[in-house]
Design a binder for this molecule. Sequence first.
Ligand code: C6P
Length: 417
Amino acid sequence: MSAALDPTRTTAPFDVESIRADFPILHQDINGKPLAYLDNAASSQHPQIVIDSMSHYYERDHANVHRGVHTLSQRATDAFEAARENVRRFINARSTKEVIFVRGTTEAVNLVAASFARPGLRPGDEILISWLEHHANIVPWQLLAGQTGAVLKVIPITPAGEVDFAAFEQLIGPRTKLLALAHVSNALGTIVPVERFIAVARKHGVPVLLDGAQAIPHSKIDVQALGCDFYCFSGHKLCGPTGIGVLYGREAILEAMPPWQGGGDMILSVSFKGTTYNQLPWKFEAGTPDIAGVIGLGTAVQYLEGIGMDRIAAYEHTLLEYATERLTTIPGLRIIGTAPRKAAVISFALEGIHPHDIGTILDVEGVAIRTGHHCAMPVMEFYGVPATARASFAFYNTRAEVDRLVAALLKARDYLT
Ligand code: C6P
C-alpha cells in the first residue's frame, strides 16, 4: 500500500509539510513567487496518489464498465465499483445502492429536482431553501417552480450570515414538500447547524436535501447520523477530479423515484413493448460514466481517510482562527460573514478597492484567491456588495501562507489607495 493511503497515518502527528509533499502542484512559482493556493472552495488540488490512480487506469485498465467479459472491462468495472464502496464508507451510507455517481453537486441537485420533486409537485406546493444558497441550489428549484406552479420560499439570514432558525420554523408548513439547504456556505463559510433544521423538518414530514459541496471537504460527514434524505457533493473540492460528484439518497426514496435520464446501463431490458430499469444505483447512471473520475474520487476519499477528517477539521480550524485574527489587523478590511461556526472560508472587502483588483494584485504575489459573486448573488445582494474577495483554506495550507496573504493585501492597499 502507498504511504499516502496508510490508515495508520491518522495516528501520526499532523505534519503539514509531509502532507504538502503529496501535492506536486503546490511546489511551483507563480509570477516569480512561490504559489500560495488559497482558492480551495472553488477547487482543491490533487495528491500524487489520485493522479497516479487515474494514470494507472488509463495506462493499464481502461475499458468500458459493466459491459464486457474481457479482462480490461472487468478490471475497469472492479476499480469503478471499489471506488463506490470507498465513497459509501467515507459518508457512512448504508449501502452502495445509495451512492449515485453524477457530474457534481449541480447535477445531483438537478437530479433530485427532476426525479424526486417534480412528479409530486402541485401548484401552491412549497420548496424551502435559504438565502445562503449557491445558485446550484436555487436555480433548479426556480425552474421547477416555473414548470409546476410550486412556490420557492427563502429562509432569511442574519447579518452575521446565519440561517435564521426562528424564521425557518415560521416558514415550514403543510405545503412544504422539500427543504434544500447548504451545509456550509461557499460565499461566507457559515456552517449551518443542519441537524436542528432536519429535526424540525422530520416533525413536519418534510424530506431534506443537503448541498454538501463545501462541508464534505472540511469535516467528517455521516449521512446516517445527519438523517438527511439526500446529500450532494463534488469530487473536485475533495482532492478528486472535476466532472465527478455524488448524490447520496436513502435507498427507499431512490427506489421509488423514476430514472431521470434514459440510455445504456440504466436498463435491464429494452423492447418496444416496454423497458425495465436496472437496480440501484445504476438506474440513475445512464450512459458511459466518467470512469477515471470515479476512480480518482475513490482514491481521494481513501487518501483523506488516511489523514483523518477530524484532524483535517481541527487543523483547518486553527488556520481559520489565525487568518481571521491576522486579517482583522488590516486597516479598512471587513470580513463578510461572521457566524461563530465557520469552515475555513473568509470573504472580505477592502475599503476603496474592487475585489477583482485585489485578486489581480495577489496573483502577482503568487497568492491565489477567488473574487466575484461566488455563484451566490443573493448573498452579495444581502450585504450590498457586487462581489467579495475570498480566501479558502485546505489542510495543506500553512500559517506562512496566511502571512503571505496578509502581506500581499497590505501591498495591494498601499498600491491602490
Ligand atoms: N462552488 C465556489 O467557488 P459544482 O460546480 O457542481 O461542482 O458545485 C456547485 C456548488 C454547489 N454548492 C456549493 C455550496 C458550491 O460551493 C458549489 C461550487 C464553487 O464556491 C464554484 S462556483
